[in-house]
Ligand binder design. Structure first.
Ligand code: GAR
Length: 204
């Protein structure tokens, strides 16, 4: 059984789908040990509490998009105290730095709403739309010290439609996120994910 620590800053729809899949057996061999948010009133915390999961607000610096210093230490402490095997970034909007990555070496997994390496950073679905890309999608990857640059575990593409708005495109990308994040967690729980350098192999 792998223990997950889920970090999120927003709506928590990915978290919700993962939790639901665990509850109804579509994800096997994984449990959610703790859900942490850097945003006190984030829906992800309310959803987690409603599901009977441990939901923790851990403040981080207001003005930065990183997690560092004593606040980073506190995140690591809470995750370790909960014996977390994998840290799942489900809409966590801060960069994870070296200390954290050292504490959870190749155990931090992020979902990004674009086909990386295209469109790293913020509001990537909007970046894809503004760029005129015909394909958008999502990427699930291990986190390394760069921005959205770690080894890729899975990707799913969606077509960009000529009448797409940022909202409609993001909604279609999220449908794929909700399919692929649980799949990846199943692979992790089954010990099916092997990493060699940048290459990730799935032996499902
Ligand atoms: C997701 O679309 C995820 O890909 C994105 O935030 C959204 C969170 O949705 N993550 C990033 O942009 C990370 N850079 P959710 O809170 O409903 O799961």
């Amino acid at each position: 059984m792998i223990r997950l620590g889920v970090l999120g800053s927003g709506h928590g729809t990915n978290f919700e789908e993962i939790a639901q899949c665990i509850m109804d057996g579509r994800i096997k061999g994984a449990e959610i040990a703790v859900v942490i948010s850097d945003v006190e009133d984030a829906p992800i915390l309310r959803k987690a509490a409603r599901m009977g999961l441990q939901a923790v607000y851990l403040p981080a610096d207001d003005y930065k998009t990183k997690l560092e210093g004593p606040q980073e230490d506190e995140y690591i402490r809470v995750l370790k105290a909960n014996k977390v095997d994998y840290v799942i970034l489900a809409g966590f909007m801060r960069m994870i730095k070296a200390n954290f990555l050292k504490a959870f070496r190749m155990k931090v997994v992020n979902i990004h709403p674009a086909l990386l390496p295209a469109f790293p950073g913020l509001e990537s679905w909007k970046q894809a739309l503004d760029y005129g890309a015909k394909l958008a999608g999502c990427t699930i990857h291990f986190v390394d010290a760069g921005m959205d640059s770690g080894p890729i575990i899975a990707q799913a593409a969606v077509h960009v439609m000529s009448d797409d708005t940022p909202e409609t495109l993001h909604a279609r990308i999220q449908e794929q996120e909700h399919v692929w994040f649980p799949k990846v967690i199943n692979w992790l729980a089954a010990g099916a994910v092997k990493v060699r350098g940048r290459k990730v192999m799935i032996k499902a």
